[in-house]
Write a protein that binds this ligand. Structure first.
Ligand SMILES: O=C(O)CCC(=O)C(=O)O
Ligand SMILES: [Fe+2]
Length: 280
């Protein structure tokens, strides 16, 4: 696994709001990731969010427009040991910290986003405005489990949009470009297509505008993703994926530091021994 980011990659990420890392996983690691994610998605059944088997609102209906954008299964780290091991890897946490410029990073949520054959496009959107905290440093990793091409729905980014984004939100709906009604200033910017070989990954800022095309092929476009929050981030009142019993206990301004919900996967002050060991 590539887990050290170069100065050029950090500079690209900070300026453009995203960066692609081509040689992230080895072939062996990619095989493990595919096995773990496929198993976790299969065992989850039609429930999108961990722990919400009894909540009709979190079941995949398969017939709505959104449920045909991708098969979305959230917080697989919570109910699958193989995915848990992959997601809690402090090396990924260190990469995320180095890109974001923060000391510590917590998992907000992971999600498998598998675009089925002939799947709908992923409308342009911002991630962070949907989450239960506002942060200009929050970010996500998107790991390609299949080759992601312009034909099967690779990600596209509006470069630099994270620098002018507000926390106004537009959902992933049927209007692919609805975001540009809210952010008219981006409407003429040429997006960058992030094609990736399986095993590559990208990181994008939670305020970078992004979307993906339709899957115009008979094959799957599988991706495993994880969203991260800087350690110390505070609750903004949004429910999003928080469990009801936790949400009910929170007050706006509380630090989101419950390790059972948002595990700290890396902190500069705690991980230097581990880092030195890996450096050999
Ligand atoms: O995989 C996709 O189509 C969209 C991914 C996305 O929106 C994200 O990772 O934040
Ligand atoms: Fe997104």
């Amino acid at each position: 696994m590539r887990w050290q980011v170069s100065d050029q990659e950090v500079a690209h990420y900070r300026e453009k709001g995203f960066v692609v890392i081509d040689d992230f996983l080895t072939d062996e690691e990619l095989a493990l990731w595919r096995e773990a994610v496929d198993e976790a998605v299969e065992r989850r059944g039609r429930t999108k969010l961990a722990g919400r088997e009894d909540d009709e609102g979190w079941q995949d209906r398969d017939t709505s427009y959104y449920d045909r954008v991708f098969v979305q299964r959230i917080n697989l780290w919570m109910d699958n040991d193989k995915v848990r091991t992959l997601m809690l890897d402090d090396r990924i946490g260190k990469m995320a910290c180095d890109l974001a410029g923060t000391d510590g990073i917590r998992i907000w949520h992971d999600q498998a986003l598998n675009k089925a054959p002939w799947g709908n496009p992923t409308g342009w959107h911002l991630d962070n405005p949907n989450w239960s905290y506002h942060s200009r440093e929050a970010l996500s990793i998107w790991v390609a489990l299949d080759d992601a091409t312009q034909k099967n729905g690779c990600l596209h980014f509006i470069p630099g949009s994270h620098r002018t984004a507000r926390f106004d939100t537009v959902g992933i709906g049927e209007g692919v470009g609805d975001l540009f009604h809210t952010y008219t200033e981006w409407a003429d910017t040429e997006p960058v297509a992030a094609t990736m070989r399986a095993g590559a990954c990208s990181f994008h800022n939670g305020l970078t505008a992004h979307g993906a095309g339709a899957n115009m092929t008979p094959g799957w476009r599988r991706a495993m993703t994880c969203a991260y929050m800087p350690d110390g981030t505070t609750f903004n009142g949004e429910r999003n994926v928080l469990p009801p019993e936790y949400y009910d206990r929170l007050t706006v301004g509380d630090v989101l530091d419950d390790d059972a919900q948002n595990p700290l996967i890396y902190h500069a002050s705690k991980s230097y021994v581990e880092e030195a060991r890996r450096a050999g």
